[in-house]
Design a protein around this ligand. Structure first.
Ligand code: PMP
Length: 436
């Protein structure tokens, strides 16, 4: 064998070895990468990804500017790894009030790069090889790959729709867990359940009874609860957001996940947090110190000031946590009316800034392709953004592979948008209806 052949053989041998870690198998696709790109390329009106197109409140951006240009140049340097002290202090005060228990800012709160990193820390810290994690469908899509990356097995349980009989519009409250089905998913292999109330994408706000059922099963089977509450302030029609950690036996087994992005309409800041007992958070700190280590100081300082303001105004009409849901409820009602008017039946959300609508009456415009791997709602959403300039997200993206095909008649809209944006969406829908 010539030496040059030997060299090429050894190069080939190296190239044929997989470069990626096994834990990445099957989780390479991501709905947001695909649909954010489509929206950027084609959309005239983007009601797809969940972010406001109105400005963050002045008190927050002013706090950021003060932090940036004020006298304290140390705000441009590293701060405490597990959270900037003023932010963890005010979060501890705020959540102590909400949960009715004393919290230690140093051990019961940790700041993260958005709720996304908070979730990543939860799964990496609490889920082991072979553990099962119950996920309620439809679900914020990252839970599934994050469980898998930790070596766990996701176990899905669906919210089942019960259409109202009186011809009224369906509400997110009409999507419910079957108590027996839920109970059947718990076993000695179950390590945790992920709860997301208010729920993205449906906008469901879990009732006290539903949370009680979940809590009872968690206590009975010694299961942890990862409670994603990023939309905690976005609840409508006088409904109440109930924190599962405040139910009997739940504090010690729950990690609450929150987001300043959703709370203060500043998703680009990527400031999130976890609140929970030290026995759980100590392990999240281990993940955090070995991955991200610490988050941007100035954004944390500004969010701390935002919370200080809200603590002072708690429950008062001037509070942003009172004003924002009032404004969003009106936007929800506009979009509900607009969709109902054209026959794209909306499921009225009790919370969040998302709304799921039934596209059945528009299906004749976008013919199905039999035997395609792509769920129908994906094709519909792609066709809609390319042909009508309106971006939305297919609902089946929020289901596991095995259940995707049962929910392909819906798309999700985000209504955290300026009046003009919602009006432009309405114009597109009206015109489309007339052309049909
Ligand atoms: N959880 C849910 C349910 C969400 O909808 C989102 C954002 N879309 C996140 C977590 C992530 O939040 P953040 O932007 O703070 O990382």
């Amino acid at each position: 064998v010539k030496p040059s052949n030997l060299l090429s053989f050894s190069l080939q041998a190296k190239m044929s070895r997989p470069v990626q870690a096994r834990r990445l198998e099957g989780i390479d696709k991501n709905i947001w990468v695909e649909f954010v790109k489509l929206a950027a390329t084609y959309s005239k009106v983007n009601l797809g990804q969940g972010f406001p197109d109105f400005p963050a409140p002045d008190f927050l951006t002013e706090a950021f500017m003060r932090a940036l240009g004020g006298g304290n140049h140390m705000l441009h340097q590293y701060t405490r790894a597990f959270g900037h002290p003023p932010l963890v202090k005010v979060l501890a005060q705020f959540f102590a009030k909400l949960l009715g228990r004393d919290l230690d800012p140093m051990t019961n709160v940790m700041v993260t790069v958005g709720a996304y990193q908070a979730l990543f820390c939860c799964f990496q810290a609490l889920v082991d090889e072979g553990d099962e994690v119950i996920i309620i469908e439809p679900f914020f899509d990252c839970y599934e790959p994050m469980v898998k990356m930790a070596g766990g097995t996701p176990v899905f349980v669906p919210l089942r729709p019960n259409p109202p009989k009186d011809g009224k519009l369906m509400s997110s409250a009409d999507w419910q867990l079957d108590p027996d089905e839920l109970a059947s998913k718990f076993s000695e292999r179950t390590k945790a359940i992920v709860l997301n109330s208010p729920n993205n994408p449906l906008g469901k706000v879990f009732s006290h009874g539903e949370l009680g059922l979940i809590a009872e099963l968690c206590v009975k089977h010694d299961v942890l609860c990862i409670s994603d509450e990023v939309y905690e302030w976005l609840v409508y029609d006088g409904k109440q957001h109930i924190r599962i950690a405040s139910l009997q036996g739940m504090w010690d087994r729950t990690v609450i996940v929150g987001s300043a992005g959703k709370t203060f309409s500043a998703t680009g800041w990527k400031v999130g947090w976890v609140v929970g007992p030290d026995r759980l958070l100590q392990h999240l700190r281990t993940v955090h110190q070995n991955s991200v280590y610490h988050c941007a100081t100035i954004a944390q300082e500004a969010v701390a000031q935002g919370f200080q303001r809200e603590l002072m105004l708690y429950g008062k009409p001037e509070s942003y946590f009172v004003q924002l849901p009032r404004e969003l409820q009106q936007k929800r009602d506009w979009l509900v009316q607009s969709l109902d008017g054209v026959g794209m039946k909306p499921i009225v959300p009790e919370g969040t800034y998302f709304l799921v609508a039934d596209i059945s009456q528009f299906k004749s415009d976008v013919p199905d392709v039999p035997n395609s791997d792509e769920p129908y709602d994906y094709r519909f959403a792609k066709w809609m953004v390319k042909n009508k300039g309106l971006a939305a997200i297919p609902l089946s993206a929020f289901y596991s592979e095995a259940h995707k095909n049962n929910y392909t008649n819906f798309i999700r809209f985000c209504f955290a948008k300026e009046e003009a944006t919602l009006k432009a969406a309405n114009d597109i829908l009206q015109k489309w209806k007339q052309e049909k």
